[in-house]
Design a protein around this ligand. Structure first.
Ligand SMILES: [Zn+2]
Length: 659
């Protein structure tokens, strides 16, 4: 009891003592506030000019940047350009902290790349079959006469001429060395499709064997040429989700103990084999190293793959190898090839058990470097400055292309995403200049230029997996990708799937899916500032009659999942994505700075800068919605399981990194 009285007395004495101090602090804060020059409603956003946007864009989207493919000299030069401007603005570098050379590397956040290629001179493939001696190679129905039945005969095949490895490049499995020496089974196109009860493996045992397949399911065959083999491009797979709704032959093989898959090469793959350097980059024939206009395919060893369902290695067999594989079988190589080409259903069967295919695929790896560019304006509030608003764009584009009739062969990427990159640069300049005049937000602003968005959102995934700051302190990611084009008079676009805005309009994606609070903030700011028409056409994930133009049912819209903001959403951060949409110059050498609507870029940049300012000064933080889309919840769970989001010191500069 006594103790209780004593304690109450002490507490009230303490309060009496402290109160004046707290009040004094509030008073001084208020006084400071009233003494400081009146803070413009949206910081220094108003200072962003069309001219600064135009000047920077003509540099970033010039032919000299060679289309800013990652990795390339053009990309490195673009990264140095941004870093040099940030150093000029005096913003805080958020890149490498150690072993840096010069004033620019501290703005670069490096991550390792690796390219793997088959060591062609020692890659081996041979087929041993009953029939005696070493056999010659012939095309369909040609040569390779059979000797009388005097013991097994082995035929060797030349790498790249008679067969290639399917690996590397977008949508194709990572390249890995492998060996196999086994019997074979033929399994039609090899796809197991649950919804239509298709299972070509009924009655055949693939364990310890090589699976031979030809052709694709009709739904996928229809997509051929729009990225990768099995709909691995940007749209959604018509068969549904791999490993859930269907299994590729490689995935079935991995789940049933097969060693590898041999694809009977189709016409286009045969073309690639016959013209290895003809730049047919899109057909997954990436295993051969230096192919294509933009160098070999790279991957990022440190990134976790979204692929949760691995497959066994796969090769393409050209006509000679196909002929030999089906020699003496119920169907000849020619029948299989033409059957697959015309989508005829090909029944599965075990090949002659005396026949074995031996494969030896050695692989060489070479390291490479990539770098995000990152800077920060530190907030003014002693507590809130440890919370961050991220403003992001991607700096890379798709490099060189086949020349146009006028010889131009650079994908300049003025809109994609040159417009976003220079917009973030102008905001960085405005914020830095404002801070110099005492116009500094309470929370900190991080300016982020991602690398490798075109390759698969690499840079933003690296940032989300290995963040330089605590992701729980990131208030929101405002991502910009393509804000430079609007419908002018007489505008037409043959591609009905493209949606482009009118001047003064912007497509806003994300708030309706991930955060109502963020939506409210954007609407309030916009309503009292540039008054853009906020178009939520893509801000959905559920399909409906008007929205399903980007990817077949059942998953509907994909834009929410298709740019760097998505990696922030995966670690639970509210996101807003700003874009003016798609147009006929998308991913073409005609995406040039002379076609850009600089007024549109200016008003969108001011709006994003103003939203960031408001988020950086408001009391509370926008919350993420509870009822998120199924796909996002699944990806958030996987990211958690894979350990994304641990604060990680930025690597020191990598060999070959620009300085
Ligand atoms: Zn883009």
């Amino acid at each position: 009891m006594l103790n209780m009285l004593m304690r109450q007395l002490i507490v009230s004495l303490a309060v009496v003592a402290i109160l004046p101090a707290v009040e004094a602090q509030h008073k001084s804060k208020a006084a400071a506030k009233s003494a400081a020059p009146a803070m413009p409603a949206f910081g220094n956003a108003d200072s962003i000019t069309q001219e600064e946007l135009r000047i920077s864009l003509y540099f970033l989207a010039s032919d000299a940047m060679e289309g800013r493919n990652l990795p390339s000299r053009g990309f490195d030069t673009a990264a140095l350009y941004i870093a040099s401007r940030l150093a000029e603005f005096g913003l805080k570098p958020m890149g490498s902290m150690s072993n840096t050379d010069g004033p620019l590397q501290p703005y670069l956040m490096p991550f390792e790349l690796v390219t793997k290629h088959v060591i062609a001179e020692s890659a081996k493939a041979s087929l041993t079959a009953p029939g005696g001696g070493r056999g010659g190679r012939g095309g369909f129905g040609g040569g390779g006469g059979r000797g009388e039945n005097s013991g097994p005969r082995t035929t060797d095949f030349e790498y790249e001429k008679d067969w290639t490895v399917v690996a590397g490049g977008r949508g194709a499995p990572p390249l890995a060395a492998f060996d196999a020496n086994a019997k074979m089974v033929f399994a039609g196109n090899g796809y197991v499709i649950h919804k239509t009860n298709i299972d070509p493996f009924q009655g055949v045992d693939v364990h310890g064997k090589v699976i031979v397949v030809a052709g694709l399911p009709p739904e996928l065959a229809a997509l051929q040429g729009r990225g990768g083999r099995g709909g691995g491009g940007r749209g959604q797979n018509p068969l549904g989700e791999a490993c859930k709704d269907f299994l590729t032959p490689e995935q079935y093989g991995a789940q049933n103990g097969a060693l590898a898959v041999v694809h009977v090469a189709d016409y286009q793959q045969i073309q690639t084999m016959e013209n290895p350097n003809a730049g047919f980059g899109g057909f997954g024939g990436g295993g051969g190293g230096g192919r294509g206009l933009n160098g070999p395919p790279y991957s990022v060893p440190k990134l976790h793959s979204a692929e949760t369902c691995a497959g066994v290695p796969e090769i393409n067999a050209g006509p000679a190898m196909t002929e030999a594989i089906f020699q003496g079988e119920s169907k000849s190589g020619a029948q299989i090839f033409y059957g697959a080409g015309s989508n005829v259903k090909l029944d599965s069967f075990e090949l002659n058990s005396a026949k074995t295919l031996k494969l030896h695929v050695p692989v060489k790896s070479e390291g490479g470097h990539a770098e995000n560019v990152v800077a920060m304006l530190e907030g003014s509030d002693p507590v809130k400055k440890n919370e961050y608003v991220v403003i992001s764009a991607h700096l890379d584009h798709i490099g060189l292309s086949q020349p146009l009739p006028n010889g131009h062969n650079v994908n300049n990427g003025a809109d994609d995403d040159g417009s976003g990159s220079v917009s973030v640069l102008a905001m960085a300049r405005a914020y830095a200049e404002g801070a110099g005049k005492g116009i500094r937000p309470e929370r900190s602003i991080i300016f982020l230029w991602n690398a490798g968005e075109e390759k698969g959102l690499w840079g933003s995934q690296y940032f989300a997996e290995y963040p330089p700051v605590d992701p729980a302190k990131i208030v929101a990611d405002l991502n910009i990708d393509m804000i430079g084009r609007t419908k002018g008079p007489g505008f037409t676009d043959p591609d009905r799937t493209h949606v482009l805005v009118n001047p003064g309009e912007i497509l806003l994606i994300g708030p309706n899916v991930s955060s109502d609070d963020l939506e409210k903030t954007i609407e309030t700011v916009n309503g009292s500032y540039q008054k853009l028409e906020l178009n939520h056409f893509y801000d959905v994930t559920k399909p409906d009659a008007t929205h399903d133009n980007l990817g077949p049912q059942p998953n509907g819209q994909r834009i929410f999942y298709r740019s760097d903001h998505y990696n922030f959403a995966k670690i639970g951060i509210p996101i807003a994505f700003f874009t003016t949409g798609l147009h006929p110059d998308y991913h073409r050498p005609t995406d040039t700075p002379d076609k850009i609507d600089y007024h549109e870029m200016q008003i969108v940049s001011k709006t994003v800068a103003a939203v960031a300012w408001t988020l950086a000064n408001q009391e509370g933080r926008p919350e993420v919605k509870t009822n998120l889309p199924e796909q996002l919840i699944k990806d958030m769970t996987l990211a958690k399981e894979q350990g994304w989001g641990k604060v990680t010191p930025v690597l020191a500069p990598l060999p070959g990194e620009p300085q």
